[in-house]
Design a protein around this ligand. Structure first.
Ligand SMILES: *Cc1c(COP(=O)(O)O)cnc(C)c1O
Length: 230
């Protein structure tokens, strides 16, 4: 069943790329495996997926220990500073940096362990009270401050768009994130690149790709609904 799910997600990604005149290789599919057992991750790994997204440090570390070493792990959840030490040097990308304080701690741990940490800035694009992420208007300031820190590198932007029935409703938000990345690129800040736009989830990844996403984070569409009361 997972194989079929993955195939239909893959077809949708291809379709959206074609629609937008983009190459399929421009978009990385991240399989969001939070709450799911390692057997399911292995099944998707066997279909040649290498990028997995988790939102909890402990769960990610547990899965890292038992799954193949060539997996690229993406931290997509809100991070507590005291937990950074457990994942530093082990993640491909930390998608959820939304404060100078958090970035300072990542930088500190990266220096301590002599590694480089790649991160994205999380934007709360619709100013939702329930969401993490910074206001779009504060982004350039934060990017400038983080760019000064050692062993940490901003690679782009991430957003979690509102939960909507109609994915078209999120198009303007994805467009704003894209525009923001263009604006930041124009600032020409040392140690900052805007190559990555991590946006689009099960409900809206096709629209996100049409608006320039380079990483889509798909959970339910691959693994099925999550059960949190186990
Ligand atoms: C859970 C989660 C996803 C995946 O959500 P689905 O709707 O299941 O695809 C994507 N991004 C983040 C940050 C998440 O926490």
């Amino acid at each position: 069943m997972l194989k079929e799910n993955l195939q239909s997600v893959e077809e949708n990604i291809k379709k959206a790329c074609e629609e937008a005149g983009r190459k399929r290789e421009e978009v990385t599919l991240i399989a969001v495996s939070k709450t799911k057992p390692v057997e399911m991750l292995q099944e998707i790994y066997d279909q040649d997926i290498r990028d997995f997204g988790e939102n909890k440090v402990q769960e990610m570390c547990d899965k890292m220990e038992v799954l193949p070493k060539d997996i690229k792990w993406h931290m997509i959840g809100h991070l507590q500073t005291n937990k950074i030490k457990y994942i530093i040097g082990k993640t491909e990308l930390i998608h959820s940096v939304d404060s100078l304080h958090l970035a300072q701690e990542i930088s500190k741990q990266a220096v301590k362990h002599n590694v480089q940490a790649d991160i994205l800035i999380e934007i709360n694009i619709a100013n939702e009270e329930t969401k993490f992420g910074i206001d779009a208007g504060d982004t350039i300031q934060l990017v400038r401050e983080i760019a000064e820190l050692p062993n940490i590198h901003i690679k782009g932007l991430m957003t979690i768009a509102p939960f909507v029935e109609n994915p078209e409703d999120n198009r303007l938000y994805f467009r704003r994130i894209h525009q923001l990345s263009v604006d930041i690129t124009k600032e020409n800040i040392d140690n900052v690149s805007m190559d990555v736009l991590s946006m689009g989830m099960t409900g809206d990844y096709m629209v996100a790709i049409e608006e320039g996403a380079t990483m889509v984070r798909v959970g339910t569409g691959i693994f099925g609904e999550r059960n949190y009361n186990k």
